[in-house]
Design a binder for this molecule. Structure first.
Ligand code: CA
Ligand code: CA
Length: 206
């Protein structure tokens, strides 16, 4: 009895546990960068450069701290770039929750700090920018996006003055916005088992 109830509870809780991040290397931590340093890399796990100089600028707590982990990236590398990640197995028509953190670069004017976020080539929201000041803060942005059949592409591009100084990005996540149908099925199965046990127990003890 107890073990059956426990099983039902575990089934229902696991069905509604936080969905995993579908973004590969969304926090940009897989490339080793010395603390307090930065580098230009032609590769970055999970990501590709769609436009601009063919490098990623990965920074380890230099000119600002990472929002998550140690690394973050700056999109105006040696010029404005567009980086992207594609998702091949999303459910067509389903909604997904996109989240990321943006910060303007310290002591860089808003006209040079812009970043745009695009889902399947369509811009989400407005251009993110800000006057860096001496200690710029990270800001989280969240969007709901709908998946098309086939590949879906998330991209970020730096805009404004292309001068090797620009906005930063960290902690990108994409998660399923609602529980999967299998999650509901597991929950219903768990509740059904509990109800059946309760009825049986009631008939015996009465
Ligand atoms: Ca990070
Ligand atoms: Ca710039």
């Amino acid at each position: 009895m107890k073990s059956l109830l426990l099983t039902a509870a575990l089934l229902s809780s696991s069905a509604f546990a936080a969905d995993p991040n579908l973004v590969t290397n969304g926090s940009f931590e897989t490339t080793a960068v010395n603390a307090g340093n930065w580098l230009l890399s032609p590769t970055l796990e999970g990501w590709s450069v769609l436009a601009g100089p063919a490098n990623f600028e990965i920074r380890n707590n230099v000119v600002g701290s990472a929002q998550d982990g140690s690394n973050f990236i700056e999109l105006d590398t040696t010029g404005n770039t567009t980086i992207a990640q594609s998702f091949a197995s999303l459910t067509a028509g389903a909604s997904y929750a996109l989240s990321f953190w943006y910060a303007p670069r310290a002591n860089v004017a808003a006209a040079s700090n812009g970043i745009e976020v695009l889902w399947n080539g369509q811009q989400l929201g407005t251009t993110l920018t800000g006057n860096g000041g001496s200690a710029p803060a990270w800001t989280q942005y969240s969007f709901s996006v709908s998946a098309l059949a086939g590949n879906n592409t998330l991209s970020f591009r730096s805009v404004g003055a292309s001068d090797s100084l620009g906005g930063s990005l960290d902690n990108v996540s994409l998660t399923s916005a609602v529980p999967e149908p299998s999650g509901y099925a597991l929950l219903l199965a768990g509740l059904g088992a509990v109800g059946l046990i309760a009825r049986r127990r009631g008939s015996v003890t009465r």
